[in-house]
Design a binder for this molecule. Structure first.
Ligand code: ADP
Ligand code: MG
Length: 698
């Protein structure tokens, strides 16, 4: 597979294929649906279905599936074959517009957070023509939204599309006010940078914690960790290189523009970044990327760990969500312009984001909340749980000059009066290397860095799109009524900066003093854990905003809140049970066996020569025995904490009990077992150590 341009996108029913395989009227009509959201009629759908099927069959497909993203966070598919009996006893390959547009998987086995109780058990999937169909293995995958019969979203794509529509609507209002009559639509784009770990399958198989929970629940610090910083951007090992080559080929065939790969800070950690695309497509492609990473790894005898914190004491994995908004003609609305007028428009969009992030800190925080990500945020390796914005020094100075009406030092013009014509020119700073900020302006886009590596990017972008749509709505309402556009514009920009400058922080986000300043002086929110933030999804202001823009109904929000908390509880309970099991059946027995052997060796020596002190053996046996006693006690405490969860009245109560009792009990048990590991002969230890795991791939 040498010729990349030739095979790039070869498994995607993309624009090139559509143009080549659809009649001109059908193509035009479909394009109108894709670009402008126009209704699609059945005759067009039928024609598309036939072309799609013929193309897929020519590429070896025998089945099709409506590919969707239920609230489990992963993707789901149910395969149907194209085969249909023909009168002569043979078969023909068939696929209709109806089958393309709508599917009916059984919704009852997917999480629905109570939506099923009020609505029918069955759900349906609806074709999303804005994301291209593709072939995976022998199956044509059709990206779809997944809803209940009552029309309630049971997936992540539906609210994402709604949030994009909300943003589109409000952004267009603003553009019209700036005299732009040509833009047909405004879309948000995302380039998600994906971090992951690679370890060997052989090591993975020996660790029940990795197999059951995706992360290590025990493990003493290895003699060498990431302290040398010798892995970051270092030479990629041959086995990893082979994996990356294979991965790229698979992704490229699916039209995914995987562009950069490099080693990350931690040993065995790597990153993949695609070229950005429309949020909706980026979301589908990121889900696909995660799936294919795991498949390709397996082919190479490796396991790709997507967990946010696979190893304690070693950097976890995140996903940087690079986000911008642009018109259909490609104008990036977060790019500072060439003229003062363009700059004014840019500043308004910038202010919309600043206001959105400040007003909806809680929504952004909870959009990335999972049990796994709780180990990262605020652990001095990832942004803190406090949301703040980095704008850089130059833009910061511009904002300050506008707010105070004082001269901007960078411009030679003297006074910054607030007429649009004198908004300052400034250099765009694309050199942000402040990696400690949760939300950084990087020249022409924002980088939201709180996402966990396994998160679907849908959730964060739903909240981001919706919150920015709300800022823009408020601005547009005012500007449309304004007697004098420029004066109103300027006072609004100034007011936004004044009201929301508390959210702007250009310093070190890892600094303990920042957290104090943020919470005590600036009144920013600091929700450390999932149980802390998730219930705020139902706060009045959040429900009002999200329902007003048609992104979620109140029922859908309640169901999300429940499902996210349920996921949190289930995740930690499985971890707790796995720890109990490993401690009881592997760790304690191993330490016991070792202690008994040491004791026997001491006794044997004493039998040979009663004058020998054997103090090493005696001391070690005593220590090991204390540790097994303590491990047994800690195990019992953890079991009790897990058992007590039954008394919780609801999922909120359960999540709080988990946060306050189960997680601390897990930590206590781990501490004792990790100490035992450092004192037990390696040959007795029942599974690979951190050193084995982290340096397993060569
Ligand atoms: P880095 O963050 O390492 O400096 P880049 O800034 O070049 O790297 O890009 C990181 C990611 O941001 C890539 O996925 C890239 O495609 C994406 N990106 C670049 N420009 C935009 C944009 N205007 N909107 C959204 N994502 C973008
Ligand atoms: Mg980046």
């Amino acid at each position: 597979m040498a010729n990349v341009p030739e095979y790039f996108g070869s498994l995607v029913f993309d624009d090139r294929v559509m143009k080549a395989n659809l009649s001109a009227p059908v193509y035009q009509s479909l394009k109108k649906t894709i670009d402008e959201g126009a209704q699609l009629d059945l005759s067009v759908a039928n024609a598309v279905a036939i072309a799609m099927k013929d193309w897929a069959v020519a590429h070896g497909a025998t089945h099709y599936t409506h590919w969707f993203q239920p609230l489990t966070g992963i993707t789901a598919e149910k395969h149907d074959s194209f085969i249909s009996p023909s009168p002569d006893g043979g078969v023909i390959m068939e696929f209709s517009g109806k089958e393309l547009i709508k599917g009916e998987p059984d919704a009852s086995s997917f999480p629905n957070g109570g939506l099923r109780a009020t609505f029918e058990a069955r759900g349906y999937t609806a074709w999303d023509p804005t994301s291209y169909a593709f072939i995976k293995g022998k199956t044509l995958c059709i990206p779809t939204a997944f809803c209940s019969y009552g029309g309630q979203a049971l997936d992540k794509k539906t609210p994402l599309l709604r949030s994009m529509e909300a943003l589109n609507k409000q952004a267009l209002r603003i553009l019209r006010l700036f005299g732009n009559d040509t833009a047909k639509c405004v879309r948000s784009s995302v380039g998600p940078e994906q971090e992951y770990f690679l370890i060997t399958k052989e090591m993975y198989d020996q660790r029940p914690d990795l197999r059951f929970t995706g992360r290590t629940l025990f493990g003493a610090k290895p003699p060498k960790g990431q302290e040398m910083d010798d892995h970051y951007f270092g030479v990629i090992k041959p086995r990893v290189e082979a994996f990356m080559e294979d991965l790229n080929e698979q992704l490229w065939k699916l039209g995914i523009l995987a562009k950069t790969e490099h080693n990350e800070v931690a040993p065995a950690q790597h990153e993949l970044a695609p070229i950005y695309t429309t949020t909706n497509i980026a979301t589908d492609q990121n889900q696909l990327t995660m799936e294919i990473m795991q498949k390709v790894a397996a082919k190479h005898g490796l396991v790709c760990l997507l967990h946010e914190k696979p190893f304690a004491g070693v950097n976890g994995s995140g996903k940087h969500n690079n986000w911008s908004i642009a018109t259909d003609s490609g104008q990036n609305l977060l790019s500072p312009g060439e003229t003062p007028y363009e700059n004014a428009q840019f500043l308004l969009f910038l202010c919309a984001v600043i206001k959105a992030v400040d007003d909806y800190q809680d929504l952004l925080r909870l959009s990335v909340a999972t049990a796994g990500n709780d180990h990262r945020l605020g652990a001095n390796e990832a942004p803190p749980a406090v949301v703040s914005i980095f704008v850089g020094d130059e833009l910061g100075a511009v904002l300050e000059a506008i707010e105070t009406g004082t001269p901007y030092k960078g411009a030679e013009k003297t006074q910054m009066t607030l007429g649009v014509d004198v908004l300052p020119e400034f250099n765009r700073d694309t050199t942000d290397r402040n990696r400690t900020s949760p939300f950084a302006f990087t020249g022409n886009k924002f980088e939201f860095r709180m996402l966990g590596s396994s998160n679907s990017i849908a959730c964060a972008n739903i909240m981001l799109n919706a919150a920015v749509a709300e800022s823009l709505r408020i601005y547009a309402d005012r500007l449309e009524q304004a007697e004098d556009f420029e004066t109103t514009l300027n006072s609004m920009i100034r007011k936004t900066i004044k009201d929301h400058k508390n959210i702007i922080f250009n310093g070190n986000g890892y600094d303990e003093s920042w957290i104090r300043e943020a919470t005590e002086k600036r009144g920013l929110l600091n929700y450390r854990t999932t149980p802390d933030c998730m219930p705020h999804l139902m706060d009045k202001k959040n429900v009002e905003m999200l329902t007003a823009h048609g992104v979620y109904s109140e029922d859908e929000l309640r169901s999300r809140c429940d499902i996210m908390l349920e996921n949190y509880c289930k995740t930690v309970v499985i971890e707790g049970n796995t720890m109990v099991d490993m401690a009881k059946t592997q760790i304690i027995p191993a330490v016991e066996t070792y202690a008994a052997d040491v004791a026997r060796s001491g006794a044997a020596k004493k039998a040979l020569d009663p004058t020998l002190a054997c103090s090493y053996e005696a001391g070690l046996v005593k220590k090991l025995s204390e540790l097994t006693d303590s491990a047994a006690m800690r195990t019992r405490e953890l079991e009790e904490a897990l058992a007590r969860l039954k008394v919780a009245e609801d999922v909120v109560g359960e999540s709080i009990l988990i946060r306050d009792t189960v997680l601390p009990a897990m930590e206590h048990l781990r501490k004792v077992c990790d100490e035992a590991e450092t004192l037990t002969a390696r040959s007795y230890w029942p599974f690979p150590t951190y050193g084995d795991l982290l340096f397993s791939v060569r």
